[in-house]
Design a protein around this ligand. Structure first.
Ligand code: ADP
Length: 623
């Protein structure tokens, strides 16, 4: 029988003390260290507490020894012991079996069972006398173990010690389980927090992406609308005004377009503000101080470098820095400038101006995607400006040509008419004196003068049509007779047989001379473009309320690609001298027919011949 490790009263005290320590904190290591300090030396000389996790990994949480120097030794003992496969005692064994152990007296018999010499050496060195090991069980699960060892020569553990220490073990197990649950709760809480944060991040990203996508969609829609506006007109002043008005308020609160004029000065060609009253202010803002083209930033810099500028947020300091006078600062602040983009406009790859986009609310700030859209818009505007300039150039050239034709034909008309009169006078004179040679030459001269007069007459017609000044003398006339007269005149000087087929047999309302001019043009062309043919057919017919005239030749014909175009001014299929002409006959003819509410068209078989048709309404009276 050994010495009782403590009397009942003292046991209760120790138990209460342990209890007190156990449930004051959830820090397992700190608490258990305190517990081992209460146990050593009152209940044991050496005490260790270890826990095991779900993966069967054992972790020592606390150890205490009456002689602190021995802690290393006993740790070594433990390390050696736990590695032995066939251990009979100790933490590993308890964790495996879940059963308490007691060796009341470690005597020679016990020592003789230790086969490992090193272990034996340590046990002897430590001087182990008695031992108890208790499993720590919580909710039917072994979660750890506690061992009590005695090195006092007269302290041997007995059964009632075991019972008491089991109680102590129960309390420790409960406290450990509590701490574990607490840890798990904390961990779960943390996890939940992390999950929540992660969710928030994802939600933010999604909403950011949605906003971004919406913004891109919005920008693309704007671009499409702007492109429509750009292609709607070739007058770029109108177009640019429409673009500025379209930009506000869709992508800006204020938009201005500036273009360098011929003198190299920047002119504000368009401006729009979401508050119409402020448009005037914006104009004044520009007028109040002409743009300094040498300024290091802003529109002058964009013009110099051909590169855009973006200011996502204009701060008050920036405004103060850029405003030169207090009045200007006042004007700028009243216009509201929060975010700015300036993008260049180009012509022939050279910067010729810029568009400025301004938002007046800090909430709406320009970003890279806005800048990309603005640059795309600028490149489309540049193209439109270039097109408009080219168009204006060609339009100017056409006007110049038309003016020239008008003046030249007018100036030619009088002298040619005089020459023609004098030729006829000379012709009569030559006839009277019987100079047949002179008569012959003068006749040839008269024929050439007729051609010249026709030409001048046609050129004059062109000018008149252009100016809307072509005169028509309309009345009822005998259409068949008119056709016969025209064909007779033309037939006198050609090799081709001109054959009239069918008849109209009624009077038609219209300008006899002009309609005769149309027929003359068609028959002349039929003769001209069928050099190897024998005949030209002129077919007259009526259909419902229309008369139809067809002029058919058996000549070179017309390729499909030219069919629409031959009625345009100055359009000629053969620009060489094979077939001389100006390309105006069909244009004038179609204008005359149109004025009579009729139609002029052609059918052709290249290499076989063409048929030109014109139809006129029969019942047409005064327009
Ligand atoms: P021009 O005959 O003086 O060139 P037009 O206006 O009368 O001018 O005709 C325009 C063009 O249409 C001509 O240059 C010619 O190429 C083509 N064309 C007109 N009539 C015929 C035809 N009967 N056969 C073939 N080509 C024709």
């Amino acid at each position: 029988m050994g010495v009782k490790i403590a009397v009942a009263e003292e046991r209760q005290k120790i138990f209460d003390a342990i209890n007190g320590v156990l449930f004051t904190s959830f820090n397992k290591i700190l608490t258990l260290k305190k517990v081992t300090k209460l146990i050593v030396p009152r209940l044991a000389d050496y005490c260790r507490i270890a826990v095991v996790n779900d993966r069967n990994e054992i972790r020592e949480l606390a150890v205490n020894h009456t002689n602190p120097k021995h802690v290393t030794l006993v740790t070594e003992l433990y390390d050696n012991y736990k590695n032995l496969h066939k251990v009979q005692y100790g933490i590993a064994q308890i964790l495996k079996s879940g059963k308490p152990e007691i060796i009341s007296k470690i005597d020679k018999t016990v020592l003789s069972t230790i086969k490992n010499p090193k272990l034996l050496q340590i046990v002897k060195k430590v001087g182990l006398k008695s031992y108890i090991g208790i499993p720590l069980i919580a909710r039917h699960k072994v979660i750890g173990a506690i061992t009590f060892s005695s090195i006092k020569p007269d302290r041997f553990y007995e059964k009632d010690d075991l019972l008491f220490l089991k109680e102590v073990g129960k309390r420790i197990a409960l406290a450990l389980d509590n701490a574990n649950l607490y840890e798990q709760a904390i961990l779960a809480n943390k996890q939940a927090q992390i999950e929540k944060e992660r969710l928030e991040i994802v939600q933010n990203a999604v909403s950011l992406e949605t906003t971004y996508r919406k913004q891109i969609e919005h920008n693309l829609k704007f671009l499409a609308e702007a492109s429509k506006v750009l292609s709607s007109s070739l007058d770029y002043q109108t177009t640019l005004n429409s673009i500025a008005s379209l930009a506000v308020p869709k992508i800006a609160d204020w938009c201005g377009i500036d273009i360098l004029d011929e003198q190299g000065e920047l002119q504000q060609v368009a401006v729009a503000h979401k508050d119409p009253k402020k448009v005037q202010w914006a104009k004044e803002f520009r007028k109040s101080e002409p743009i300094d083209l040498t300024a290091p930033t802003g529109l002058p810099n964009v013009l110099r470098t051909g590169k855009s500028e973006i200011y996502p947020l204009i701060t008050d300091e920036m405004l103060v820095m850029s405003a030169k006078t207090p009045e200007r600062l006042q004007l700028m602040s009243s216009l509201g400038i929060a975010s700015v983009m300036i993008v260049p406009l180009f012509a022939h790859r050279k910067p010729i101006g810029g568009i400025t986009f301004v938002t007046s609310e800090t909430r709406r700030r320009y970003n890279k995607s806005d800048l990309a859209m603005a640059e795309e818009l600028a490149s489309r505007i540049s193209l439109a400006i270039e097109n408009a300039r080219l168009y204006k150039g060609s339009q100017d050239a056409i006007n110049l040509r038309d003016d020239f034709i008008s003046v030249a034909s007018h100036e030619l008309k009088t002298p040619v008419t005089s020459v023609k009169i004098f030729t006829q006078v000379l012709q009569q004179h030559a006839q009277q004196i019987g100079d047949q040679k002179a008569v012959k030459y003068l006749q040839k001269m008269d024929t050439q003068l007729n051609k010249l007069t026709d030409l001048i007459f046609n050129l004059l017609n062109i000018s008149k049509i252009q100016a809307g000044r072509m005169e028509y003398k309309e009345k009822m006339f005998d259409f068949d007779q008119m056709v016969k007269d025209v064909v007779d005149v033309l037939g006198q000087s050609v090799r081709h047989k001109l054959i009239i087929e069918g008849s109209i047999n009624q009077k038609i309302y219209g300008d006899e001379d002009r309609l005769g001019q149309v027929l003359s043009n068609l028959v002349s062309n039929a003769i001209k473009y069928s050099p190897n043919a024998e005949k030209v057919l002129i077919k007259l017919s009526s259909l419902n309320d229309k008369i139809i005239v067809a002029v058919q030749d058996f000549g070179i014909g017309i390729g499909v690609s030219h069919l629409d175009k031959i009625f345009e001014r100055f359009y000629r299929i053969y620009a060489d001298k094979t077939f001389p002409g100006l390309g105006i006959g069909l244009y004038i003819s179609s204008e005359i027919v149109k004025r009579h509410n009729g139609d002029l068209w052609v059918e052709s078989d290249p290499g076989k011949g063409s048929t030109f048709y014109f139809s006129l309404p029969i019942s047409r009276k005064e327009k």
